[in-house]
Write a protein that binds this ligand. Structure first.
Ligand code: TIU
Length: 236
């Protein structure tokens, strides 16, 4: 018996999206939307992002573009995968160096207003309500910054025949970058959508995107969600 996703009508065919450093051509049936770590711990006060000393409001501009893109992508029947950074409640998968890094007063595993910081099963670890996964959408829990390290993401993508990814989420220069680099080395084409990724540091947002598209797209493409929406609707 086929899964719900495979039963859904998936639009097929090639789509061309204007991008930097040149157009991104994707095959609808072989392309997934990968949404990185849009968790309360990064986007809401009292979580991991705030514990690191960041102004979490800077990431919230990414929510509406992601919501619009998710809606359109789901309508095409395309695969959506969400990731969450976090650790086992017993912290057995938490490297000591990650626990102590930053020398913060509150670190991973400590109690916060949304539960224990960056721990699986806690309220803060979950994805923000605005972008909550549908029941059939895989959610990949990752202990590191990259979504391929110590996860089954590669197997999931291979099993679905996925070769290309639109990548969104937070933060641009940390988990998005690490994941795109990991994906690129595994042979995936990655197109990062600039309005759907966010950083606590405006200069890192700008430079982080620049680093992806430089040198002929050294590990990916950069585009905008409006451009993808137009292409999906045949308006490009
Ligand atoms: N601190 C920061 O910018 N990011 C992270 O720790 N994780 C992710 O990017 N998800």
């Amino acid at each position: 018996m086929q899964s719900m996703i495979q039963d859904r009508a998936v639009e097929t065919g090639r789509v061309t999206v204007a991008a930097d450093p040149y157009e991104f051509v994707f095959d609808r049936a072989r392309c997934a939307l990968l949404v990185i770590d849009m968790q309360r711990d990064f986007l809401e006060p009292g979580g991991f992002g705030a514990a690191l000393g960041n102004d979490v409001s800077l990431l919230r501009s990414t929510i509406e573009p992601n919501r619009g893109l998710l809606q359109a992508w789901r309508q095409t029947g395309g695969l959506v995968i969400h990731t969450r950074e976090g650790h086992r409640p017993d912290l057995a998968d938490l490297p000591p160096a990650k626990k102590t890094r930053g020398r913060g007063a509150v670190t991973i595993g400590d109690a916060g207003p949304m539960g224990r910081i960056l721990v699986r099963g806690e309220a803060g670890h979950d994805i923000i309500p605005e972008l909550y996964p549908l029941p059939e959408e895989p959610v990949v829990d990752k202990p590191g910054k990259g979504a391929f390290f110590a996860t089954d993401l590669h197997a999931i993508l291979q099993n679905r025949g996925i070769a290309q990814l639109f990548v969104t989420g937070v933060t641009t220069e940390v988990c998005v970058h690490t994941t795109v680099r990991e994906a690129n080395d595994r042979g995936y084409d990655c197109c990062v959508l600039e309005d759907c990724v966010g950083s606590y540091f405006p200069e890192f947002q700008r430079i982080g995107l620049q680093m992806i598209r430089a040198q002929g797209g050294i590990f990916g493409w950069v585009s905008h969600s409006n451009t993808v929406l137009a292409a999906l609707a045949g308006r490009q």
